[in-house]
Design a protein around this ligand. Structure first.
Ligand SMILES: O=C(O)CCC(=O)C(=O)O
Ligand SMILES: [Fe+2]
Length: 280
């Protein structure tokens, strides 16, 4: 009998896991409508402040500033973060409970087209290549230390994300290192990354990927993209930074009106991070 790898093994070995039709039908439509409702407000503000200038992504769709007129779209986004379909897959990978970290929305640019830069997210939290090697070695030793895993839901058909399967458990090969780091990172938009796989998703499909593996996006004005990304850490590994800096979770009534299950899940975020938001 043909036996697929377990989700846990697929993710830990290859660094990514496809979740076909995580959302569909009316629910998918609603999620697209609610995400776009936030995006439109963000765009209006962004283009007013930065005329004719693209942005790669927007963060924090759950910021109450986008939901002053109605809680309808807020509820959709928050219920999605805590949806058992999302948490089920994420917690299978963590082999334990998860903690919400942040939301990001990728929408195609309006004015320009460019390839994304090949990277591992580990490079953003260290000062140089040597330090990154040490960090990755620590991660491999500690077996499952995550900065956060990304659950990206394609709300429309899209294949902008590229990933190098199995790169998560090893250092760069010389070819990979050339593209990612050499000559002051000036080659990191070049073609030819060995074994790169474009992740083709239909509307409603999702991918979970470990951002410490090699990956990049693509940002073309001609290629429509609406991908909602939810980031999670293991409950036991909170990370304090701009992603978790969401003091609005501490506002009275912030979680009112959500299902008891979603409210209980998201309350953990408030409980864990609240002290880090306190003003000195
Ligand atoms: O999906 C993209 O465009 C890039 C995603 C990425 O780099 C990340 O989530 O770490
Ligand atoms: Fe990344």
């Amino acid at each position: 009998m043909f036996q697929l790898k377990s989700a846990y093994r697929q993710f830990t070995e290859e660094g990514y896991l496809i979740l076909p039709q995580l959302f569909s039908g009316k629910q998918l439509e609603t999620l697209l409508t609610s995400s776009n409702y936030v995006l439109e407000q963000f765009m209006e503000e962004h283009y007013r402040q930065n005329p004719n200038t693209d942005f790669l992504a927007m963060r924090h769709l759950n910021d109450p500033r986008w939901h002053r007129d109605t809680r309808e779209h807020f509820n959709v986004i928050m219920e999605t973060i805590a949806d058992p379909r999302c948490l089920g897959s994420v917690e299978q990978i963590f082999a334990g409970p998860s903690l919400f970290r942040s939301t990001t929305y990728y929408a195609n640019p309006q004015f320009t087209s460019q390839e994304g830069e090949w990277h591992r997210d580990s490079q953003f939290v260290v000062k140089d290549e040597q330090e990154e090697k040490k960090l990755l070695e620590q991660v491999w030793k500690s077996d499952g230390s995550y900065k956060g895993i990304q659950l990206q839901i394609s709300l429309i058909d899209n294949d902008d994300l590229e990933y190098v399967p199995y790169s998560i458990n090893r250092n760069d090969s010389p070819e990979e290192n050339y593209i990612r780091y050499k000559d002051n990172k000036s080659h990191n938009r070049e073609e030819g990354m060995p074994n790169a796989m474009r992740i083709a998703l239909k509307a409603g499909d999702a991918v979970i990927f470990n951002p410490f593996g090699l990956h990049r996006g693509r940002y073309y004005k001609e290629i429509s993209r609406r991908s909602l990304m939810l980031t999670y850490t293991p409950l036991s590994q909170p990370i304090y930074d701009s992603f978790s800096n969401q003091p609005w979770f501490g506002e009275p009534g912030y979680l009112d009106g959500l299902s008891p299950r979603a409210a209980a899940y998201l309350q953990q975020f408030t409980d864990i991070y609240r002290s880090s938001w306190a003003q000195p």
